[in-house]
Design a protein around this ligand. Structure first.
Ligand SMILES: Nc1ncnc2c1ncn2[C@@H]1O[C@H](COP(=O)(O)OP(=O)(O)OP(=O)(O)O)[C@@H](O)[C@H]1O
Ligand SMILES: [Mg+2]
Length: 225
């Protein structure tokens, strides 16, 4: 489904080169549930941005369903990104001036082509599934952190992506609420067959996924299956 081949992402800070990601090769298959585990600064978010096509590698290749993404234009890339992947972040990243329902429908606004579903209908369906229909007209700053993260998950699912990328999705939540979010992600993987990659520094969170990839100083140092 998605392959990384000897991928590097190097940043230049003055004279110094920082290899945020160094020579990582991965083969991500459909329906996997993988965690990327590593300490702060180890390159987890950079790796996630590369997988999510938000960043291009400095060298190496990324293949999405066999296609080398470095050969695509920015427009082609954004079409793939919009349909193929949904993002979830530690800070939820909802837009406070829009309602819950409007936030969830946001990815449909960026779609350049005609959609084969009604975004509002799908957003309402997701809200119902997440027991949040009664919050649809609320603004994000008027609901709890756990509810905000469920809205962010609904937004990530709107376009029916094959892949969900979650960067420390429980990092801003208390342990009980974090547990509920992890249960929800597990259900999306098991029941809906969504491939999930979860970035975390927390071993107990990583232990909830089917497979863990461990990174240190930008390098892949181990896989536990
Ligand atoms: N835009 C950038 N410019 C320069 N250096 C960067 C940039 N983004 C990341 N880095 C560096 O790359 C390395 C990896 O950063 P990254 O954000 O991927 O780590 P992380 O594992 O996600 O850390 P955290 O757990 O704190 O979020 C760090 O040394 C960081 O300082
Ligand atoms: Mg990070």
């Amino acid at each position: 489904m998605l392959k990384l081949q000897n991928v590097y992402r190097t940043y230049h800070l003055g004279d110094e080169q920082v290899h945020a990601v160094e020579d990582i090769s991965l083969d991500i298959k459909p329906k996997e549930y993988i965690s990327i585990l590593g300490t702060s600064g180890s390159g987890k978010s950079t790796l996630m941005y590369l997988i999510g096509l938000l960043e291009q590698p400095t060298s190496g290749k990324i293949l999405v369903e066999g296609k080398d993404v470095s050969k695509l234009s920015d427009d082609e890339l954004s079409v793939i990104r919009n349909h193929f992947v949904g993002f979830i972040f530690q800070q939820f990243n909802l837009i406070n001036k829009f309602t819950v329902l409007e936030n969830i429908m946001m990815p449909a606004k960026y779609a350049k082509e005609k959609l084969d579903f009604d975004p509002e209908e799908r957003a309402l369906e997701l809200l119902k599934r997440f027991n949040m229909l009664n919050r649809k007209d609320f603004f994000p700053n008027k609901i709890s952190g756990g509810q905000q993260q469920r809205v962010a998950i609904a937004r990530a699912l709107l376009m029916r992506p094959k892949l969900i990328l979650a960067d420390e999705p429980t990092g801003n939540l208390d342990s009980k609420t974090g547990e509920e979010i992890l249960n929800l992600l597990e259900e999306l993987n098991k029941k809906d067959g969504v491939t999930i990659i979860l970035v975390t520094h927390d071993h107990s969170v990583a232990s909830r996924t089917k497979k863990t990839i461990y990174i240190k100083d930008g390098k892949l140092v181990g896989k536990y299956i």
